[in-house]
Design a protein around this ligand. Structure first.
Ligand SMILES: Nc1nc2c([nH]c(=O)n2[C@@H]2O[C@H](COP(=O)(O)OP(=O)(O)OP(=O)(O)O)[C@@H](O)[C@H]2O)c(=O)[nH]1
Length: 145
């Protein structure tokens, strides 16, 4: 087993901004990070002692200048990369303030049918699940803060 697989997972908060028509926001990982150039849903690592949804709100302000107002806890996925063992907490967010800006020099795109590639390996299986809920209201718990 690799060192990354043995390591305690790192919690990551990920936000799926979803417009009323079902389009979702994807961003491209900037240069200097592992998997630079790969597309992902925006987010980042949860800091020590930080609430996961608050980490998501912080990352959206830092990366995109967007204030996320609420999110539904949607699913949690673990993945072992060669560089890290991550536990990804995905939230579907339908309420936010501000238009996304490229504050870290990253590209981003609103997507209906996914036309960007490559996507982060851990995120790919989610796209099929996401298509099942994109046009149906979720019953999941809603967090606001
Ligand atoms: N944001 C995000 N991260 C994802 C997704 N899928 C996925 O496997 N990840 C993984 O989750 C981790 C996120 O870490 P990051 O490096 O982007 O976090 P960060 O912005 O806090 O980075 P930093 O270390 O520069 O502060 C990476 O290992 C990344 O590969 C996804 O859809 N969105």
């Amino acid at each position: 087993m690799s060192d990354a697989a043995m390591a305690k997972p790192v919690d990551v908060a990920v936000g799926i901004l979803m417009r009323a028509n079902g389009d979702v926001l994807l961003g491209q990982r900037p240069e200097g990070k592992p998997y630079a150039g790969y597309w992902e849903f925006p987010g980042g690592k949860v800091e020590q002692g930080e609430d996961i949804f608050h980490a998501l709100q912080r990352e959206f302000v830092e990366e995109l200048g967007v204030r996320v107002l609420s999110g539904e806890a949607w699913c949690c996925v673990e993945h072992v990369y060669e560089h890290a063992h991550v536990r990804l907490y995905f939230y579907i967010c339908r309420e936010w303030e501000g238009e996304p800006q490229s504050l870290e020099g990253q590209a981003f795109a609103w997507q209906g049918a996914y036309s960007v590639a490559p996507l982060l390996p851990a995120t790919i299986p989610l796209l099929e699940w996401l298509d099942r809920v994109r046009f149906a209201p979720s019953q999941a718990a809603n967090f606001a803060g």
